[in-house]
Design a protein around this ligand. Structure first.
Ligand code: NCD
Length: 323
């Protein structure tokens, strides 16, 4: 695998291979010395044109645990604010010896342009492009679901080699602007899970029918008819909203938020997920976010292992093959 651009590019076996390697990487993170020599001598550039806390730090931790050299590049304060293009920026970094580029960009499709333009020879990993995709988030979400749903009674994981066949996932909120929802729906369907979107009609993309997911506008009705194993709450992406998509925050929380009251109606086995950062009191209540059913912090922890697996596969394994 030379690049990771979209979860739609992954077949079932590819996805399971990444998740299984991530299991090995998670084991490394439990050791006293959390480091492997795998990417020694390799340079990874984190090229972030959009704000990020957890994704950038997570990729940095992942690369360092594999002994890569890491260069962090934030567009703010760089020549990008002087108008330097993506092409010139990427070529400058490649000229400094970047073997891998982890890119987050506000324009949907920017990572694919970088990977397929021939401007650079580096492996490209999409860390979130506009409203399009966020493949490592979907992989860490699938990893988290797989671990929790295939946990043995003694607490150890029995998830290696498994998919998510028959798992019911309800994804709630700002689907329209969410690259997390898009990457998740492709990957979850590939792994055999069933997906339901719940959102106000204004926050669903045109052509949502193409997603192979059921759609509800009413959260309570969805919970009554779907009986989800997982409820994944999405952040309201205020920064991408230039008009009013719902009346006000209170109304949104009442209809589409995972309020304390709605959360209490879920069975104890239902997982509550959120990619972060959370708008507490808007899309999710403290009760839900801080409950034992919540996987929010596990998702962050698992993100490092999943990104280690992705960096390993794109930068070290099968180097030189055409896939
Ligand atoms: C997501 C993102 O940036 O798309 N966050 C993340 O990577 N942890 C989701 C979000 O910002 O809502």
């Amino acid at each position: 695998m030379k690049h990771l651009l979209s979860t739609a590019d992954l077949g079932r076996d590819d996805a399971i291979r990444i998740l299984d390697i991530a299991e090995d990487m998670a084991d490394v993170s439990l050791r006293e010395v959390k480091k492997l020599p795998t990417l020694r001598g390799i340079t990874v550039v984190n090229l972030f044109f959009e704000d990020s806390t957890r994704t950038r730090i997570s990729f940095e931790a992942a690369a360092k645990r594999l002994s890569a050299d890491v260069i962090n590049f934030a567009a703010k304060g760089s020549s990008v604010s002087k108008g330097e293009s993506l092409k010139d920026t990427a070529q400058t970094l490649a000229a400094m010896g970047a073997d891998g580029i982890v890119i987050r960009h506000p324009a949907s499709g920017a990572p694919r342009v970088l990977a397929e333009s021939g401007w650079v020879d580096a492996g490209v990993v999409n860390a979130g492009d506009g409203t399009h995709e966020h493949p490592t988030q979907a992989l860490l979400d699938a990893f988290t679901m797989r671990r929790r749903l295939h946990a043995r009674a003694d607490g150890t994981s029995a998830s290696r080699g498994k998919d998510l066949d028959g798992v019911e996932v309800v994804i709630v909120g700002d689907v329209l602007h969410s690259r997390v929802a898009r990457s998740n729906v492709w990957l979850l369907r590939t792994l055999g899970a069933r997906v339901t979107f719940v959102a106000p009609p204004t926050l669903l993309p045109v052509g949502v029918g193409a997603f192979d997911a059921r759609v509800f506008y009413d959260f309570d009705e969805a919970l009554r008819s779907v009986h989800p194993d997982v409820v994944m709450m999405l952040r309201i992406q205020q920064e991408r909203m230039h008009e009013a998509f719902f009346p006000n925050g209170r109304e949104y929380a009442r209809s589409w938020g995972l309020s304390a009251e709605r959360f209490r109606r879920l069975p104890e086995s239902t997982l509550v997920m959120h990619p972060g950062p959370m708008n507490r009191g808007l899309e999710i209540s403290d009760e839900a976010a801080d409950s034992p059913q919540s996987t929010v912090l596990e998702q962050v922890t698992n993100g490092v292992a999943v990104r280690m697996a992705v960096l390993y596969l794109t930068l070290a394994a099968d180097r030189g093959d055409a896939s």
